[in-house]
Design a protein around this ligand. Structure first.
Ligand SMILES: [Zn+2]
Length: 181
């Protein structure tokens, strides 16, 4: 792969390409707001997002998902946002930064559009907090019928994973060249 760095794998001892995480800085529901509404209604940082609509308030957290890649030791890492109920959001906020907080499970809805699929919004997810200040891990509900869910449980092929990483790198390099103009 172009421009990739290699590392020695601690599992098999071979050299692998190092892959960046495919990550979103904000949930879809934030991205679709106008700049004006973002300022008026939303609060966003690296791990939390709250959007106060006139009739309801939506709560989101950043989580991570590992997509299994067939024939490769490590999976592909996604940085994704999920929505939580206010109660669970407050529970997580209370544990945030405490590396010894108990591991707990929440229910959440996936809140990013993952390229290559018909809408991935509102896939039901299990959210599991982690020790040591790591972001919660998420996995889709096994019985939810969606190609993204099937790929998650069946694994994707190496070529498909490399295509996804390259697609991300292309977006990043385009953004950087736009910024330079
Ligand atoms: Zn390996």
């Amino acid at each position: 792969m172009e421009g990739s760095t290699k590392y020695k794998c601690s599992i098999c001892g071979q050299e692998h390409d190092e892959w960046p995480a495919l990550a979103w800085d904000s949930p879809f529901q934030y991205n679709v707001l106008t700049l004006e509404d973002r300022q008026a209604l939303a609060a966003l940082d690296t791990d939390f997002c709250v959007i106060k609509h006139p009739n309801q308030t939506d709560h989101f957290i950043r989580a991570s998902l590992t997509q299994k890649v067939n024939g490769r030791c490590e999976g592909l890492n996604y940085g994704l946002w999920v929505s939580l109920s206010k109660e669970k959001f407050m529970d997580y906020a209370g544990k945030y930064g405490n590396e010894n907080a108990d591991i707990v499970h929440y229910f959440g809805w996936l809140c990013n559009e993952i390229p290559g699929y018909d809408s991935t919004l509102s896939i039901p997810m299990n959210v599991t907090t982690q020790k040591g200040n790591l972001r919660p891990s998420v996995e889709p509900h096994h019985d939810f019928d969606h190609p993204f869910v099937r790929d998650y449980y069946n694994g994707i092929e190496l070529a498909e994973a490399e295509r996804r990483v390259q697609e991300l790198l292309d977006v990043v390099s385009k953004r950087e060249s736009d910024d330079a103009e």
